[in-house]
Design a protein around this ligand. Structure first.
Ligand code: SAH
Length: 214
């Protein structure tokens, strides 16, 4: 049987071997235990590099994808960050180690409530979790230095582009297919937006309106 410590070492090794090399990201992922964010019958898979089901028919992302997206976002210590798609709260918890203030929104009230409890228990006081349709962004708190979307839209939503500060970065999966999408990195410049395609990914769709808790 492997011990907890061995499992965690293998977890970090898997991240590195899949291209997560940024030391700040790796140490955030070492510090934030994935355990509290995984529930039910899947807890024995917590430290495997795979997405897992959570409440409301959603998923906690694959750790290496969380690492690669966080790395691409290049969060700086003074940054105000918006995450669309709280899900389990795991990604937001990683971001909380890197930025100044994290706003995370999900369309399911239940997911937001469960994530808030974990943030409180872990003393992650720089995260604000809100139930909202994140495809509209969070106009009251805009502009953001960084925006991370963890659900796939056909195109980058206009309100999110508008809420990105000049010099800011947004990372999101886009594409029409349910099975495979492109992860892209958008940088807002003085004159417009620059797009870069990073890799293929698979995320649940970005849906409009609030969800019915299940
Ligand atoms: N980042 C999460 C995984 C996200 S799964 C984690 O670390 O666990 C994608 C999430 O996006 C789901 O919880 C889904 O409810 C949410 N979502 C989909 N469309 C949304 C929208 N328009 N606004 C807010 N959240 C949305």
């Amino acid at each position: 049987m492997t011990t907890d410590a061995e499992q965690k070492m293998q977890f970090l090794y898997a991240l590195r071997s899949k291209g997560v090399t940024d030391m700040r990201v790796l140490s955030a992922m070492e510090k934030i235990d994935r355990g509290p964010f995984v529930t039910g019958i899947f807890t024995d898979r917590t430290y495997e590099d795979m997405p897992l089901p959570i409440s409301c028919g959603q998923t906690i992302s694959q750790p290496s994808v969380v690492g690669l997206m966080t790395q691409a976002l290049n969060v700086q210590p003074r940054d105000k960050v918006l995450e669309v798609g709280t899900g389990s709260g795991y990604q937001a918890a990683i971001l909380s180690q890197l930025g100044r203030r994290i706003y995370t929104v999900d369309r399911f009230r239940r997911l937001v409530r469960e994530a808030r409890h974990i943030f409180e228990a872990m003393d992650l006081s720089n995260i604000t979790a809100i139930t909202a349709d994140g495809s509209r962004g969070l106009p009251d708190q805009a502009p953001f230095d960084r925006i991370l979307v963890t659900a796939a839209a056909e195109d980058p939503p206009g309100p999110l582009l508008a809420q990105l500060r000049v010099g800011g970065i947004m990372v999101l999966p886009v594409g029409q297919s349910d099975t495979v999408q492109s992860l892209i990195r958008v940088e807002r410049t003085e004159t417009g937006f620059e797009y870069e395609e990073l890799r293929q990914v698979r995320f649940v769709p970005l849906l409009e309106g609030l969800g019915q808790d299940g």
